[in-house]
Design a protein around this ligand. Structure first.
Ligand code: FAD
Length: 502
């Protein structure tokens, strides 16, 4: 067991996870020798083109501005995600899931929650989330998330990017910060007498020793799972999807500021705007549809049935390891687990894992003192995101395939998710009770409420509960006017990106 800062850290794998880890380590622990080994024969997964606001936190941590990286990665801004056709309730065929914004807490959220509570009691109040948020307004107007300097509220935003270009950018940045890149194919993991990793062996016979190892070897999970035998917990019972087919399409004239997620017959399709193309993918379950059928359905959905566009097929392993940090090894990225890309959370999880590990490791004077606490935290993050994503499937009311019917009747729900759904149906103070019972997990009440209200999960209207329509109209008019005036502080997405590239 180490009790002093490692002299040498070896990262195995040069995908997004590996180079993110390399950059963060190099930025914070300049006195440590950091090496990364990657196999050109295997390559990277090369998908994953959407992020949450955590990517901004990562770039802030390594001191890289939007201007430095976005133009090089064909990146665009993201205000959130529109979910199309997940609900079949009239008036709820589509809703927008915004990121957080400071303005919400003060002005928009209180009215949204008040109207939800009224609607849950049967009052005829329009509680569709699209009516309540500045981020939704900006997205519908194709406005980017960066306000004028005089605007007093901060906005959280994510990005869309070309994952291969992002990988290259991060690799160059890390090597400029002193990280050594080695090309090699790892064939073996060598353990010492205490069962710690002492070295990895390459196919050319070379051995790479280090004090600490970071497993970023993707779904292969060479070090933590294969080398140290840490168990993997599958989410397959909760989340059915295990494959994807991806292909590009031509970008629209007006550049969207959102990801679109459209429910198809046996899964869902993403549409992600980059500055030069859309990235598209159909995430589906092989238990319900095969790869050829999925490709045909995606082509139909995109209007590319006869087009000469190449499709890529991928498998996904959904779940997480039981321990992300074990002995002298930390797993980051697909090697530690994957949920599914519905909320584009994988990069966020990688960032959280590395940042939190560095904090705990340092706080424990580079011993394993906080290993259990760390693993508990990261497991809770994974399970919290899983629950939020499972709820998208559980709450659907589509009847057009066994896939959707089986998802709606799936009883493999965590206690947390069952409790949240119970509160939604029965609590008179959904938000207060979420906090009281510590149920947020990885998502705030705003996100849960946007999803459930966006699907139209409400009881029938009650004729005995009457509302003063004039008051509601006045409240909504004031809110809409406020949002519209706030919108004057934001610029067209295209113009914003053009400025970055100047
Ligand atoms: C369909 C799909 C859609 C996704 N969409 C999103 C999204 O929108 N947003 C998001 O945040 N994430 C998304 N992800 C996840 C995202 O792609 C990954 O989390 C991210 O790319 C990090 O991958 P990685 O670095 O862990 O693995 P990889 O990219 O697979 O990299 C693995 C690395 O390990 C190396 N390696 C493997 N074996 C060996 C060996 N024996 N010797 C040496 N080197 C080896 C490889 O050479 C490679 O460099 C998506 C994933 C899938 C499958």
């Amino acid at each position: 067991m180490l009790n002093s800062k490692p002299r040498k850290i070896l990262i195995v794998g040069g995908g997004t996870a590996g180079w993110m880890a390399a950059n963060l380590l190099a930025a914070k622990w300049q006195d440590v020798d950091i090496c990364l080994v990657e196999s050109k024969d295997i390559g990277i997964i090369g998908v994953g083109e959407g992020s949450t606001p955590h990517l901004k936190l990562f770039f802030d941590a390594i001191n890289v501005s939007d201007q430095q990286w976005m133009p090089q990665c064909n990146a665009t801004y993201k205000n959130g995600i529109t979910f199309d056709k997940w609900s079949s309730i009239a008036g709820f065929e589509s809703y927008f899931h915004p990121f957080a914004a400071q303005i919400d807490d003060v002005f928009t959220l209180p009215l949204f929650f008040k109207h939800i509570q009224a609607r849950m009691q049967g009052y005829a109040v329009d509680a569709h989330p699209d009516k309540y948020f500045l981020e939704t307004y900006l997205t519908r107007q194709h406005l980017g998330p960066l306000p004028a300097e005089s605007f007093p509220f901060g906005m959280a935003y994510g990005y869309h990017f070309d994952s291969a270009l992002l990988g290259q950018f991060l690799a160059d940045q890390a090597q400029r910060s002193g990280v050594t890149r080695i090309e090699g194919h790892v064939t073996d993991v060598e353990l010492n007498q205490q069962g710690h990793i002492s070295a990895v062996k390459l196919s050319d016979g070379m051995s790479l020793a280090a004090d600490f190892f970071i497993d970023c070897s993707g779904f292969n999970a060479l070090l933590l799972q294969q080398g140290l035998g840490v168990n993997f917990t599958s989410y397959k019972q909760n989340l059915f999807n295990d494959a994807a087919v991806v292909m590009p399409s031509a970008i629209a004239e007006r550049l969207p500021v959102e990801t679109r997620s459209t429910a198809l017959t046996n899964g869902w399709a993403w549409k992600i705007p980059l500055s030069n193309r859309f990235g598209n993918g159909y995430v589906y379950s092989r238990d319900y549809i095969d790869a050829d059928q999925a490709e045909t359905e995606l082509r139909q959905h995109l209007g590319l049935l006869d087009a000469d566009v190449e499709a890529r097929h991928l498998r996904m392993k959904v779940g997480r390891v039981e321990k992300h940090w074990h002995k002298n090894c930390l797993a980051v990225g697909l090697s530690q687990g994957f949920i599914e890309p519905l909320e584009a959370t994988a990069i966020a999880l990688s960032f959280n894992t590395i940042a939190q590990f560095m904090q705990y490791f340092q706080q424990g004077h580079f011993s394993n003192q906080f290993e259990d606490e760390f693993n508990k935290d990261i497991n809770a993050r994974f399970d919290g995101i899983r629950d939020y994503i499972v709820c998208h499937y559980k709450a659907n009311q589509r009847q057009d395939s066994d896939y959707w019917r089986d998802n709606a009747s799936n009883t493999h729900l965590s206690d947390n998710l069952n409790n949240i759904l119970h509160l939604w149906q029965h609590s008179h103070d959904f938000v207060g009770d979420m906090y009281k019972h510590n149920l947020m997990g990885s998502y705030q009440p705003k996100s849960w409420a946007c999803m459930l209200a966006g699907y139209g999960v409400f009881p029938p209207l009650r004729p005995d509960k009457s509302v003063d329509k004039a008051i509601i109209r006045r409240e909504m008019d004031a809110l809409n006017d406020f949002i519209r005036r706030c919108g004057l502080n934001f610029q067209d997405h295209h113009a914003l990106l053009a400025k970055l590239a100047d």
